[in-house]
Design a protein around this ligand. Structure first.
Ligand code: DSN
Length: 446
């Protein structure tokens, strides 16, 4: 009891010290931080890629490791003074292997990419020569920009699509999930050198074993991007891409609840190519404070409480999905296996299907703005076979990782689904809903 109290006092003092000096030296930024803190406290964060990093992760982020340059690898640096950086980075790498149940005899870790997009670019440039072919998931079906997005006119948008030759697979029109046999057929036709799975809005678990079989059947490498699912895989509530994929990339700030950053885990045979693609290929000095915070989030993911947390994320998403369906919302693929839900607003099952987009229908942009006014923060999103535009798409995407971090459970999910229905279907006053949301969020402090 005494120790706990002392620790709490110490933390409070530390925080006050940091903020006192910021308040005095830069009051404008101090005020913005305080406002953002308030926003995060009183609204419901339902963007599936967002979460609340723990105070310990943030303490590591703000540590003196931010002052250091450490180009190179542990034990092989270009600058002096890296004896503690070496130890810290090795610890982060070892922890990553442990969290995913891997052995260092087979797998190698690199925690240096500043984001999963850069991690993906590193993998692509490590394994492929310019002009070679990639088969990845269509962005509008739930893929990711970094997997090689180009416009339907063929104009490359993502950097990878400017250097590599990209073709896409997607979900089926009737089921809105993958047909792996069709992906295999497509792979045989396209003959890619790299197959990528993963993305941002596919609500179903991915069969990594099948994906690996498809890639290897056509002589391609297989990259599993589990940016969204990393924590759920670490907690063993979703299938694992190991040992099937040749390389796995992930974000650390999403379900893994760490700092903004990324981890690459590859089979040992690709170790040198991947490390060199990151440095000196794409980055200079790594963000050592971020790697430190990654090490901390990996330690947190080893505690039993983390497993309960990720289980609850999925329970919450499933109950939210069921409730939304009761109100007639059309969920892409009919539901979810993970932490996210994608709603196609063009069709409301209860109010009747529409086959053609109607300009008066609520699009994803307007829906997201209305929900934000009501204190429910989600994001507009394209849906498979999109008829709108990226800025005014037909869908919204909702997720449960951040709400679950706050301790919200089934009861709260039911209430949130009701608010979403009241705002988007009944046209209820968003100010009224916001008042009720604030009342709820006060009971679930961050
Ligand atoms: N922006 C992330 C997401 O929201 O899914 C992906 O990079």
């Amino acid at each position: 009891m005494f120790a706990k109290k002392t620790l709490l006092n110490y933390d409070e003092q530390e925080e006050t010290k940091i903020f006192m000096s910021l308040k005095i030296i830069d009051p404008e930024i101090f005020n913005l931080i305080k406002k953002e803190e308030q926003r995060q406290k009183e609204k419901l964060t339902m963007i599936p890629s967002e979460n609340y990093a723990s105070p310990t992760v943030r303490e590591a982020l703000a540590s003196v490791f931010t002052n250091k340059y450490s180009e190179g690898e542990p034990g092989k640096r270009y600058y002096q003074g890296n004896e503690f950086v070496d130890e810290m980075e090795k610890l982060a790498n070892t922890r990553a292997l442990k969290v995913f149940g891997l052995s260092k005899e087979k797998w190698h870790v690199n925690c240096k990419a500043v984001s999963a997009s850069i991690a993906n670019l590193a993998v692509i440039t490590a394994l492929l020569e310019p002009g070679q072919k990639i088969l990845s998931m269509d962005l509008t079906h739930g893929g990711h920009l970094s997997h090689g997005w180009k416009l339907s006119s063929g104009k490359p948008i993502a950097f990878s699509s400017k250097i590599f030759n990209i073709s896409y697979y997607g979900v089926e029109k009737n089921t809105q999930v993958f047909d792996y046999d069709k992906i295999l057929k497509l792979a045989k036709k396209e003959k890619p050198q790299l197959l990528i799975s993963g993305g941002t809005a596919y609500a179903r678990d991915i069969d990594y074993k099948k994906m690996a079989t498809i890639a290897h059947a056509v002589g391609a490498y297989y990259l599993a991007d589990v940016a969204h699912e990393a924590g759920l895989i670490a907690g063993k509530v979703l299938k694992s891409p190991f040992p099937h994929a040749d390389v796995v990339t992930m974000s650390t700030q999403k379900t893994l609840r760490g700092p903004r950053g990324a981890i690459i885990i590859c089979k040992n045979e690709f170790k040198e190519k991947i490390d060199r693609a990151i440095f000196p290929g794409l980055e200079g000095g790594p963000f050592d404070n971020v790697i430190t915070a990654i090490a901390v989030c990996l330690k947190e993911a080893m505690y039993p409480a983390f497993k309960n947390y990720v289980k609850q994320i999925i329970k919450n998403a499933k109950i939210l999905a069921d409730e939304l369906k009761k109100y007639g919302f059309n969920l892409i693929s009919g539901g979810t296996d993970k932490h996210l839900i994608l709603i196609d607003l063009r069709h409301n099952v209860r109010l009747g299907f529409k086959t053609q987009p109607n300009p008066n229908d609520l699009n994803g942009h307007d829906a997201a703005v209305l929900l934000d006014q009501a204190g429910i923060v989600c994001n507009k999103n394209t849906v498979p076979f999109e008829t709108g535009t990226p800025f005014r798409p037909s869908g919204i995407r909702l997720g449960t990782p951040a709400l679950t971090t706050r301790g919200m459970k089934e009861k709260e999910m039911k209430q949130i689904a009701k608010w979403i229905k009241e705002v988007l279907i009944d046209g209820r006053d968003t100010k009224e809903v916001l008042r009720e949301v604030k009342k709820m969020t006060r009971r679930f402090m961050i």
